[in-house]
Design a protein around this ligand. Structure first.
Ligand SMILES: C[S@@+](CC[C@H](N)C(=O)[O-])C[C@H]1O[C@@H](n2cnc3c(N)ncnc32)[C@H](O)[C@@H]1O
Length: 276
């Protein structure tokens, strides 16, 4: 019996090892199975998102379209403005402004209402300079955020607070390379009374909310020079329903104006030639 004790003990130890290895192997298999299932779910989600992107009209024909980042003159200015991070606008919206600047009638001032930290204004300024012109350019903002919000219409926009932290001086400094700049600080409802110009070759309206948009449309649309355009930012953004509401009401009530909704989220307003 004693002679058998050693082999039996070794056999039992080997059996215990085998049982432990089996348990470890089962645990590893279960873990791998959980990971496989999680990866399959992730893959299905990504596949769904890819299918969604393929069906999305924004991307349809994307590979065949001009790349705005390669358009001479525009690309360099837009790249700097986007990199400066002082505007939420990307190449698409900046390109609308680029075209509006080039379409602006000669020798007429331009104005932006809603300049914030000056990103879009500097783009407009540099676009004018690139086209060999430096018309008087007005930058209007409270530099303290919106004065009034209509809580029934201006729903969904949660950023009102962030516009309170900018200084008119810093915005003016950022645009100091432009020779014909006027920074107009205050509520446009008040400051517009003191603007010396009778007409504008370009109006860029970027005030986010219904009351300011209503006021600016009524004040500046009749002051558009012949052939001038008003670019209305955020018209097609669900985060700024007040802008669309104000613009739609305006063109319904004033049949001499036309409004074109762009897929950039902006809209273009102009006066019909026949209405003059
Ligand atoms: C979206 S920011 C403008 C961003 C800027 N256009 C850019 O992209 O670089 C909107 C600005 O509109 C201004 N604003 C809103 N209502 C205004 C009013 N009644 N008078 C003057 N500025 C106003 C706010 O203070 C805010 O700075």
């Amino acid at each position: 019996m004693r002679r058998l004790a050693g082999p039996v003990a070794r056999l039992r130890a080997a059996q215990r090892d085998a049982a432990r290895h089996e348990r470890d192997a089962k645990r590893t298999l279960a873990k791998l199975e959980r990971e496989r299932q999680a990866s399959a779910a992730k893959l299905a989600r990504v596949q769904g998102e890819l299918d969604e992107l393929r069906r999305n009209y924004h991307f349809s024909g994307a590979a065949k379209k001009l790349d705005l980042r390669e358009i001479d003159g525009f690309a360099g200015i837009a790249e700097r403005i986007v990199a400066d991070g002082r505007t939420g606008m990307n190449y698409d919206r900046l390109y609308t402004l680029w075209q509006a600047v080039r379409a602006a009638p000669l020798d007429t001032p331009a104005i932006e209402i809603g300049s914030y930290r000056g990103g879009s204004a500097r783009f407009i300024a540099e676009a004018f300079q690139a086209s060999g012109r430096t018309p008087r350019l007005y930058l209007c903002d409270t530099f303290a955020g919106p004065m009034e919000i209509d809580s029934r219409i201006d729903i969904g926009h949660r950023d009102a607070g962030k516009y309170e932290t900018v200084s008119a001086g810093a915005t003016a400094e950022y645009l100091s390379g432009y020779p014909a700049l006027e920074v107009v600080e205050g509520d446009i409802v008040e400051t517009s009374r003191h603007l010396p110009e009778e007409s504008y070759g370009l109006v860029h309206l970027d005030v986010n909310y219904y009351p300011s948009t209503v006021f600016c449309l009524r004040f500046f649309a009749p002051r558009l020079a012949d052939d001038a355009l008003m670019v209305i930012d955020d018209y097609g953004f669900v985060t700024c329903p007040g802008v669309k509401a104000a613009a739609d009401e305006f063109v319904t009530e004033h049949s001499q104006y036309r409004l074109w909704h762009l897929l950039t989220g902006q809209a273009i307003l102009w006066r019909r030639a026949t209405s003059r």
